[in-house]
Design a protein around this ligand. Sequence first.
Ligand SMILES: [Zn+2]
Length: 179
Amino acid sequence: MTGKGHRISTFAFVLGATGSPLAATFSFLGSTFPDSSEYVFFGKRRNRYHRRWTHWFIPWLVMACVCFERSGWIVPRLAALVDGTNAHYDVWSCAGFWLMGCVLHILEDAWCGTVPFLIPWKRSVGMHVFHMAKARGEMSRGEKNFVFCCAGISFVAFMFRTFTLRSFADLMLTLWRNI
Ligand SMILES: [Zn+2]
């Protein structure tokens, strides 16, 4: 998947799942790191190592869980970060969501190719739901559709977060009484 595809679908997914624009922003920032880290670690030889060690989900997931555990499993609050009281929980949470962006990157790559599962140097899991464009950095039609669907579903989920089961029950009761 292209960098643009990773950024849009990761931001949308985390926004839909948490309802927090701040958490979504940190995941957005981490969402291209597994690819860009290959330039840092391997430089010109990156093609040989592409989607191997850097695309192994286990270390990213473990680090993300450690950060979330430290944060007390909260979603970061901008007010707490600005205020500074007990802000260390929110800082850990931001780091956790940055790392979750890396985990989601790998999951997204598995939709259009293979990534390692248990052995980091063997690309073993994945499928071709869509194909990448031939030109580097360009989004293929399949990728655009995939990103569009992902963003759409997440947006609906985000809207529904305010519409809880409780408010649904209240609405039904009101309707019932007014018949
Ligand atoms: Zn990648």
